[in-house]
Every structure is written in C-alpha cells, then in structure tokens.
Design a protein around this ligand. Structure first.
Ligand code: ASP
Length: 311
C-alpha cells in the first residue's frame, strides 16, 4: 500500500466567465467544490477505496441545487427531469449506468447499485426506477427537483427553440454536470459522473454521462476520466476511452492524451466542454476547451486546488 492518493472533481464546463459572475455566486461555487473535495479526500486519506470516494463526492454535488445533477437537474422540453449517471472502477473494469431517471434522489448511488448487483451494466427509465425501488434507494417528488432558475432556463430555451448546455447563458448563475475521479492508496482508479443533461432536451435523449467510454471511464492500467460538455460530441468522439487508448496503445502521457482529445479532436468536431482525469501514477489533468469549468483537485500531502475560469 502506498500513501499516494489523488482526487479531482468537476461541476460542469461551459460559458462561464468572471465578468458574468457575482462575488457571492463565485464564493458559493468554490465552497461547494471544496466541500465535495474534502468529503472524498477524508475517505481516501483513511485508506478508503477510490470508487466510494468518487461516489461520496458526487452525492454531495448532486444534493446541491447549484449543479445540474440530482436536485439541480435541468428541465427537458416537456418540463420534466431525466437524469443520467454512471460509475466505473479500474481494477476489474466493472461499471454501472442509469438514464432517464425522474425521481431517484441520487442517480450515482443507483449506478453503483447496478454495478454491484452485477447482472447488467446499464438500466434506463422505468426499469431503472423499479430497480431503485426494489433496492430501497431514496426517491423525491417533482417539487424537490424544481429549481426556479432551471425553469426560467427552459422558458428561454423554448423561446429560442434551442437545446442548451445549462451554463450557456449570460446570467450569473450557471451550473453543471458533476463528476469525480480518484486514485486510492491501493493503486485503484475510479470515475463517476451525474447529470440532468441539457435544457430543453427531447424526452428520451441520453447524453455522454451514462455511456461508459464516452463520459466516464476507468482502467487501472491507464487512467480515470469524467467528462462534461455537449454530450452528443463526447459520444461521437468516445472521449473518455480515447484518452485511455492513447495512453495504452501509444504510450502517451495523461497530459498529452488529454491535450489531443480535448484541444484537437473535440475542437475539430465542434464539441465544447472538458473533463477531469487522473492516472495510475498520481498525475492530474483538468483540461477544457470552453470558457470555464468548475473544477478542483487534491493530491496526498498537497494543498487543495479549486478553479472556475481559464488560467
Ligand atoms: N454532458 C452532459 C450531457 O450532454 C451535459 C453537461 O456536461 O453539462 O448530457
């Protein structure tokens, strides 16, 4: 067992600029990110596993209405919530994913349950919710998920007849998909991602978040990745797995693999967003090609890092 651990988290990427953010809003985001980072780090510091660490960090962000996941999930075209989430661990390549959840309080916990139960990797819609009920997961009604600003965002999107990344607006309050990646002291990697998707999305639309290899991936021989951004592009670019493949088959460093995928391949396709990544040596990368990304990271023995805008 080594004493090395790392943890990185994100709260979404997009058009997030300092000019459009009040000092108070910025403080709230930074505090929320810091708390999630602390929760995951406490677990890792005490020898806890990477999978539970990322789950704990994501649950905390899901419960915070500032972010587009769990409580703060955005509205679909029909004015409902359809949440997606996934988890993956890098030792045995086990994974769990869920999509189209309307009332499950913490989608990431359901993804973990799907993984642990072991029969299937991916459950969707009413089948996923039935599985959640059977396993005693917490449910909430529509009122819990109703966040007034989200509703305004839907009205704006309907007016413009557009599908929005939740932060693609100029108001000071911008929110995002959440995710976490970690390396634990046992040398295991894990990743988790959770989202409400995109404002005004069609009923049944599934983004990259629950798709293993697109929005989420972990493999002990390479890295763990959690993505955020315009999901359709992340699916087409198979972003998370592509980074792992560049490391595994081409021997690239995490940094170089991330640069190629986020700043070359995605940009060429027109895909806006970013990701958080850690590798099995303790390196951390937080690349994005959008204006900003809510992000934070920590490595054993080092200060915590929190940032929102471009460096
Ligand atoms: N990637 C998410 C999706 O397309 C959205 C986001 O990251 O904000 O569903």
């Amino acid at each position: 067992m080594s004493s090395l651990y790392t943890l990185a988290i994100h709260g979404g990427a997009g058009t997030i600029s300092k000019a459009s953010m009040s000092a108070e809003a910025q403080k709230n985001y930074e505090e929320a990110l810091l708390n999630a980072l602390k929760t995951g780090e406490t677990w890792l510091k005490n020898g806890g596993d990477a999978l539970t660490a990322v789950e704990k960090a994501v649950v905390e962000l899901e419960n915070n209405p500032l972010f587009n996941a769990g409580k703060g999930a955005v509205f679909t075209h029909e004015g409902q919530h359809e949440m997606d989430a996934s988890v993956m661990e890098g030792k045995f390549l086990n994974a769990g994913a869920v999509s189209g959840l309307k009332h499950v309080k913490n989608p990431v916990l359901l993804a973990r349950k799907v993984m642990d139960e072991g029969t299937h990797v991916y459950l969707s819609g009413s089948g996923a919710e039935a599985f959640a009920k059977k396993n005693g997961l917490a449910f909430e009604d529509d009122a819990y998920f109703y966040v007034p600003l989200r509703y305004q965002q839907l009205q704006e999107a309907l007016k413009q007849d557009k599908v929005f990344l939740d932060h693609k607006e100029t108001k000071p309050d911008k929110f995002g998909t959440v995710g976490a990646v970690a390396l634990d002291v046992h040398g295991n990697l894990a990743a988790a991602t959770s989202t409400g998707g995109m404002t005004n999305k069609k009923h049944g639309r599934v983004g990259d978040t629950p798709i293993i290899g697109a929005g989420t991936y972990a493999n002990n021989s390479t890295c763990a990745i959690s993505c955020t951004g315009h999901g359709e592009f992340f699916i087409r670019a198979v972003v998370a797995y592509d980074i792992s493949c560049l490391m595994e088959y081409k021997g690239l460093s995490l940094k170089e693999a991330c640069r190629i995928v986020v700043h070359e391949k995605l940009v060429k396709l027109g895909g806006e967003g970013g990701l958080i990544a850690v590798d099995n040596k303790g390196n951390i990368e937080l690349p994005f090609n959008s204006e900003g990304m809510y992000r934070g990271s920590v490595r054993s023995g080092e200060e915590k890092f929190i940032a929102i805008y471009k460096p």
